[in-house]
Design a protein around this ligand. Structure first.
Ligand code: C2E
Ligand code: CA
Ligand code: CA
Ligand code: CA
Length: 279
């Protein structure tokens, strides 16, 4: 009883209460953010390690309040998930991304792809396949211009159920990538059954790749694993030349990170593409 009492008291500590208020504030703001154009997509280039060409971009949400304050996706995406607002927001992201990639393919780079992050809630939604199909049609976007990034933890939560959704998306011609790979304890037997194209090594392993031997070993193992399964592999969060050299040497296919470019507003990304930038 004493323990329970203590826990009850803990609920009312100022810290917990402040967090609660912050979440209510975010949930309330998000409801209006979409309608009031407070949400924006930024695009971060993905680079082919061998030649330095831009092969695609990842669409990343940005939220700016009317007073200019930014709220980070790591803070508002979980709230959007809990409230279900991720469904209309995710639909908006898909539409924006598909519309823009069609434009950039026509003007700048005909083979480029856009990668869109799918949250757990979106992925489990029954209508996800038909929604994506319709969005592609409306934007006249070829399916192979779209890549979906789904985190390892979402896939491994219910690996049997997700396989059929993945297969449908794969058969439509959409590319599938496992995000945050290495953090979610994939079962290798499931991994073999998922119809995926790319493993995206989590930034936490790349961060200290040149100092921490165990992380370097994990990265090497993931690259070998991917290639043995005929998958491509991307390293995210590349910030230094030393990391670039290391990853290139280990035959990592694709790279992404501040060393090449931060996520950019659509207009700035378009200028980069038009400049024919080979970073
Ligand atoms: P993520 O999908 O793992 O995205 C990678 C994050 O790393 C992004 O943060 C990106 O800006 C950041 N990043 C890229 N290169 C570097 C680097 O070299 N160094 C460092 N330190 N960071 C780098 P961001 O944009 O804040 O997004 C955070 C997370 O929010 C994303 O993680 C993703 O899980 C989620 N998210 C963002 N946009 C969307 C969206 O449209 N839909 C969904 N469902 N989730 C999204
Ligand atoms: Ca991602
Ligand atoms: Ca990631
Ligand atoms: Ca992440």
């Amino acid at each position: 009883a004493k323990e329970a009492g203590r826990n009850n008291v803990q609920f009312y500590t100022p810290e917990v209460n402040a967090q609660h208020i912050r979440r209510l504030f975010i949930a309330d703001g998000l409801r209006r953010a979409l309608e009031q154009n407070e949400l924006q997509l930024h695009y971060q280039p993905k680079i082919r390690a061998g030649c330095g060409r831009i092969i695609g971009v990842e669409a990343l949400l940005r939220w700016t309040l009317p007073d200019g304050v930014h709220i980070a996706p790591d803070e508002f995406i979980p709230v959007a998930e809990d409230t279900g607002l991720i469904l209309p927001i995710g639909q908006w992201v898909l539409k924006q991304a598909c519309t823009n990639i069609v434009k950039w393919r026509a003007h700048a780079n005909p083979n480029m792809r856009v990668s869109v992050n799918l949250s757990a809630r979106q992925f489990k939604n029954q209508d996800i396949v038909s929604q994506i199909k319709k969005t592609l049609e409306d934007a006249q976007c070829p399916a192979d211009a779209l890549e979906l990034e789904i985190t390892e933890s979402v896939l491994m939560e219910r690996p049997d159920q997700v396989t059929s959704t993945l297969r449908t998306l794969h058969d439509m011609g959409i590319r599938l990538s496992i995000d945050d790979f290495g953090t979610g304890y994939s079962s290798l037997s499931y991994l073999r059954n998922f119809p995926i194209h790319e493993l995206k090594i989590d930034r936490s392993f790349i961060e200290d790749i040149t100092q921490d031997e165990s992380h370097a070993a994990i990265v090497k193992a993931i690259i070998t694993l991917a290639h043995s399964m005929k998958l491509t592999v991307l390293a995210e969060g590349v910030e230094t030349e030393a990391q670039l050299h290391y990853l290139r040497n280990e035959r990592c296919d694709h790279l992404q990170g501040y060393f090449f470019s931060r996520p950019l507003p659509g207009q700035a990304l378009e200028e980069l593409l038009l400049a024919g930038a080979e970073i």
